[in-house]
Design a protein around this ligand. Structure first.
Ligand code: SF4
Ligand code: SF4
Ligand code: SF4
Length: 352
């Protein structure tokens, strides 16, 4: 419940003690840009994009890290604020190689979006950052350090959201970069390839290898669905171009996963388009498979089960349901065994 008030761009607004200025602004429909803020994580104030003017403060303050206070007077859109944001963008652009035309994040990159919005171009400052080679030794994630703005969102996503603790900041000054333990490639580190770091990266520094070159954001449509792999039922977006899934991302703010996915849900979609996928039941006769209809295949399985049951009793049959199936499928499986076959010999591999 709101119990305090401050003035935001001349308007009185309420807030709850503990809110940051950024949260108060967004809740009241005031747009404040940020590249490093990650919801529900410790604010870092790293990118300096959310700077605002607070009457009486000696300098501009990072609104993501500054708690709102009773009677405070805040301005989010002054010339001084815009000048500081333009400078921050210029410095970030100068610190790397942001060749947007070739970048996989073109059209989704927040740095690109803000550079356009604030009318900033690169070139005024000479870059000093060390140039690290692109890392693409694993099958899922490409790391391009020349596009990394060291916002730290990936580190927070890995450590505070997924709690995998696989990455952190390494080295100092112009050599700073995001590293795994021992600065090893992802595939030789503690990384479990959940891809959360890719989802939160605001630039093209972390991208999905399998999606490379397959489609720009404006060419794809997003279809919401439920992950089919396990009973958690994570909510996900399928990014589809021409009836082909090119990548999967988590739905933010939706239960139960609230923006998270595991490696299976995020990266395990290749099988859908595999030419080796079985599209019809196969029945083995005389050592050879032949195609069959679903009715024929299901009748065959049902008849065999009934033969065993009549000959040896229902307890001669047992079933183990798969933890990768949905709750509904597992429920149906136990129903089949208890009600149709007539045995309690039914278990679930998650119990092992
Ligand atoms: S893929 Fe997951 S575990 Fe690996 S670094 Fe990214 S967030 Fe951490
Ligand atoms: S890799 Fe991306 S999310 Fe991580 S610090 Fe660099 S720009 Fe930020
Ligand atoms: S497999 Fe992973 S992404 Fe899919 S529902 Fe389960 S936990 Fe969520």
């Amino acid at each position: 419940m709101a119990t305090a008030k401050l003035r935001l761009n001349g308007n009185e607004v309420e807030f709850t003690p503990g809110d940051t200025i950024l949260q108060v602004a967004w809740r009241n429909g005031v747009k404040v840009p940020t590249l490093c803020y990650l919801k529900d994580c410790t604010p870092t104030g790293a990118c300096r994009m959310c700077l605002v003017e607070v009457t009486g403060a000696r300098t501009l303050v990072a609104s993501c890290a500054m708690p709102a206070a009773q009677g405070m007077e805040v301005f989010t859109d002054t010339e001084k604020v815009h000048r500081a944001r333009r400078l921050a963008i210029e410095l970030l652009l100068s610190s790397g190689e942001h060749n947007c035309l070739l970048c996989e994040a073109n059209g989704e990159c927040k740095l690109q979006e803000y550079a356009y919005e604030y009318g900033v171009s690169a070139g005024r400052f000479e870059g000093t950052a060390k140039h690290y080679p692109i890392e693409d030794s694993n099958p899922l994630i490409i790391r391009d350090f020349s596009k990394c703005i060291l916002c730290g969102r990936c580190v927070q996503a890995c450590n505070e959201v997924q709690v995998n603790r696989a990455i952190g900041f390494g080295y100092r000054g112009a050599e700073a970069k995001i590293i795994t333990t021992g600065d090893r490639p992802y595939d030789q580190s503690d990384c479990v390839f959940c891809g959360q770091c890719v989802q939160v990266c605001p630039t093209g520094a972390l991208t999905e290898k399998k999606a490379k070159g397959l489609g720009r954001p404006w060419e794809t449509k997003k279809i919401r669905t439920t992950c089919p792999y396990c009973g958690v039922g994570c909510q996900m977006w399928l990014h589809v171009k021409g009836n082909r899934i090119i990548k999967v991302t988590a739905v933010e703010e939706a239960q139960p996963n609230r923006g998270r996915l595991c490696v299976k849900g995020r990266f395990g979609y290749d099988f859908i388009h595999s030419p080796e996928r079985l599209t019809t039941p196969l029945i083995k006769e005389n050592g050879e498979f032949r195609e069959a209809s679903w009715d024929e295949a299901l009748d065959l399985v049902a008849n065999r089960f009934m033969e065993i049951k009549e000959k040896h009793g229902p307890d001669s049959i047992a079933g183990v349901s798969c933890a990768r199936s949905t709750n509904e499928d597992s429920y149906q499986m136990q129903k089949l065994f208890r009600a149709v076959i007539g045995t309690n010999n039914i278990d679930h591999c998650a119990r092992t």
